[in-house]
Design a protein around this ligand. Sequence first.
Ligand SMILES: [Zn+2]
Length: 83
Amino acid sequence: MHKFGDCSFCGGEVKNDTVEMDYRYKGQLYIFQDVPAGVCQQCGEKYLIGKVSKEIERRIQAKNQWKKTINVPVNKFSEELTF
Ligand SMILES: [Zn+2]
C-alpha cells in the first residue's frame, strides 16, 4: 500500500481506495475500473502512483482485450449560453 501525502488541493487526508478512472488517449476515451489510487477524503481528488499510470498507458498501447465497450452520450454547451 502506498502512503499518500495530504491532498495538494485542499490539504485533506488521502486514503487508499479503488476508483474508476477516465483516461483520454489520442482522442479516445478509456475507462478503467477498480484502479488502486489515493482518494482525498475531503474533495475527492484522485491520486495515481507512477506505477499505476504506467500500467494504464501500457494497457492502452497493448490494445488490451477490453472487457466491454459502452456508448457515451456527448452534449455540447453552446456559446450563447451565459451563466
Ligand atoms: Zn482534497
